[in-house]
Ligand binder design. Sequence first.
Ligand code: PHE
Length: 451
Amino acid sequence: MRTQKTQEKAGFGSKIGFILAAAGSAVGLGNIWRFPYLAAKYGGGIFLLVYLILAVTFGFALMLTEITIGRRTGKSVMGAYTAMDKRFRPLGWLAGAIPVIIMPYYCVIGGWVLKYLVVFLTGSGKAAADNSSFFSNFIGHSWSPLLFFAIFLLITGSVVMLGVQKGVEKVSKILMPLLLVLIVGIAIYTMTLPGAIQGLEYYIKPDLSAFSIKTVVAAMGQLFYSMSLAMGIMITYGSYMRKEDHIENSVRQIEVFDTVVAFLAGMIIVPAVFVFSGGDSSALNAGPSLMFITLPNVFSDMLGGQIVGTVFFLLVSLAALTSSISLMETVVSMLEERFHLKRIPACCTATGCAFLIGLLSVFGYSIWSDFTIFGKQMLDFFDFVSNNLMMPIVALMTCILVGYVVKTTYIESEIEKNERFRSKGLYRIMIRYVCPACMLIIFFSSLFMSF
Ligand code: PHE
């Protein structure tokens, strides 16, 4: 009985399992449809450099904090904040609400990706690309996006249902290396296209004239989203981490994985779009239109585009799937802890609720398209509230809690149980001064840009 209990608490069975699962969460749509665009827009190499510096300072400190909170308290995101300080219970609720809001619409987009995978797989990629309204027709259709959303959600739910070790960990251990192979493969192929080298140059050559404070703010916002911070995910995964594993170097490895994938995605997308548009950099856009309109066009013009398109959408599906798994696991861990549900009922509840909430986003493009909030479609509204409002507040409050209430020793002592905390000095400065300032900047700049 006792061993069973310890095993249950241990969660992940290995350090590499933990790292790949966390990297699986971090590597997602943001790496593929946002990073390359931002890098190209904000000065190429100079953006990459700023991003890297922020990753090893600001991103490092926040991710380390969340993972350590999880491991020290051993609780879900709701319980963790209360365990640290009772007065911070509302913060647990706020943080816990974020994955509940994001998961449904993330799976809706996951469904779109799946649809494109099927389109390319069945050889209709070219036809889809030639029809300029293919994408809007698809999302405006009443049942087809619903079907793909449901399939994506069910796959996510089934993995999480299998448990932390047999589901999340095992799947991450298979999918993440596969993802890396696929992305390296397409990157190499793209580099062989005529004209690709100029595209690559455009991507990595520092353009100082494009550098401004906006470069820093854009890099900061991207980093924050890309590392899956302030969504309760890293706290949850931290709570499953083995006590004997080293936190500091795990965080470094997760960051390296995430950044390498983002960089490689840029190596594919920037030159490919560059070649396709005959060197016109303004053809590069971000978000759904890049993924579902521009890129299919690029692929359909490429030699072997059907195969490249299939591999690409497979890769994106895997990236999105491991991220949605992390969202669902975060929700399930709350249901298990707070409402004492067993895993299977917890998964069914999470899947069922996500399905119902997701309907708002799915139908927001078809039968309910007249219904908008602040002029935003439902999916955009959920995205805005969670990313631009709730997440910066949660991260800011976490910095205050750790930096000034329980003090950084709360984190340091957990890390120093079995390793030397090499970046302790840097960490203290980051959490107490730099990270809160960055969070305020992200919060106000995104408010400012949206209104
Ligand atoms: N880190 C993910 C990305 O870069 C974002 C994400 C992860 C969003 C998990 C939601 C849930 O795309």
